[in-house]
Design a protein around this ligand. Structure first.
Ligand SMILES: NC(=O)c1ccc[n+]([C@@H]2O[C@H](COP(=O)([O-])OP(=O)(O)OC[C@H]3O[C@@H](n4cnc5c(N)ncnc54)[C@H](OP(=O)(O)O)[C@@H]3O)[C@@H](O)[C@H]2O)c1
Length: 272
């Protein structure tokens, strides 16, 4: 099995951190990077699950240089801790994939002045990225891949109401957090111009994963089943992310919106 999966070893010597790598699209991305020979750090929020995924990835790829770090993104102190531990243990970071994400059909307060979707999907990866920027700069050429969504098209930013006190609707909050990912990508890309650190945002396509289960006690499994009838597989959803994280085609360069359709109707917003 390991031999079948082992890729071209193009990422030998590279260190990759993938958030939300304990399930769905992120797990496929992390496994693919490990298969290409990278040292992979699985960021998860559940110790037992993260340990299990690391063991599965090692067995599947034959790459033992896979480990995990923990942080629940609803707690920014844990995000700070993850970044600090990462820096203690690792001297370089070649690829950061900000993939962890969640959907909440009911509004949840947080202590940070924003509602929960915005915290988990945007503020936490925004903080993590900024805390790791020095090591990304020192490791250049390096890459940041932000996993957004085409749900951003449904969204508007309301900087006066990031707690979403008015008119909360799960998909609107989700879309707003994903719009924030894209705005962050553009601005970070502008600020990092000439540094050798590239920043891209990507929509994986509608993919059959567990993301819609959250808070839908009865409807969740049904929705997942219906999605499964027409959605992409996690492998297909991961395809463009793996491309942005590892392909020599997107090393350095200029801004463009790239449309790739290797796995159905997918697109990647590539900002270099
Ligand atoms: N599926 C789609 O159709 C679709 C479409 C567009 C964009 N996306 C984006 O793709 C990314 C991956 O989602 P997915 O579809 O693969 O969903 P998924 O299977 O539910 O995976 C989400 C990952 O994020 C982690 N996560 C969730 N809440 C977290 C928290 N509070 N702290 C730390 N980690 C947390 C999960 O950890 P656990 O394993 O512990 O649950 C899991 O590893 C997300 O950013 C999502 O918005 C998905």
């Amino acid at each position: 099995m390991a031999d079948e999966i082992a890729g071209n070893q193009m990422l030998q010597g590279k260190t990759c951190l993938v958030t939300g790598a304990t399930s769905g699209i992120g797990k496929v991305v992390a496994t693919a990077l490990a298969a290409q020979g990278a040292q992979v750090i699985v960021a998860g929020r559940n110790e037992a699950k993260a340990q299990r995924v690391v063991q599965e990835m090692r067995a599947e790829t034959g790459n033992d240089d896979v480990c995990h770090l923990l942080a629940d993104f609803s707690d920014l102190q844990q995000v700070r801790h993850l970044a600090a531990v990462f820096k203690e243990r690792h001297a370089r970071l070649d690829v950061l994939v900000n993939n962890a994400g969640a959907f909440f059909n009911t509004r949840r307060e947080t202590p940070y002045g924003v509602e929960m979707t915005f915290l988990v999907n945007h503020l936490a990866p925004f903080l993590l990225t900024n805390l790791l920027l020095d090591v990304l700069r020192d490791s250049a050429p390096s890459r940041i891949v932000n996993v957004s969504s085409d749900a951003h098209k449904l969204a508007t930013m309301d900087f006066d109401d990031l707690r979403f006190r008015r008119g909360y609707f799960g998909i609107k909050a989700y879309g707003r957090s994903k719009l924030a990912n894209i705005l962050f990508t553009y601005e970070l890309s502008r600020r990092l111009a000439g540094s050798g650190v590239t920043v891209n945002a990507v929509h994986p396509g509608h993919t059959a994963t567990d993301i819609w289960r959250t808070n839908f006690s009865v409807v969740g499994p049904m929705l997942k089943w219906v999605m499964g009838l027409f959605a992409l597989t996690p492998e297909q959803g991961a395809d463009n992310i793996i491309y942005l994280a590892s392909s020599p085609d997107v090393e350095g360069g200029h801004r463009q919106v790239l449309r790739r359709e290797r796995s159905g109707a997918l697109f990647a917003i590539v900002i270099r």
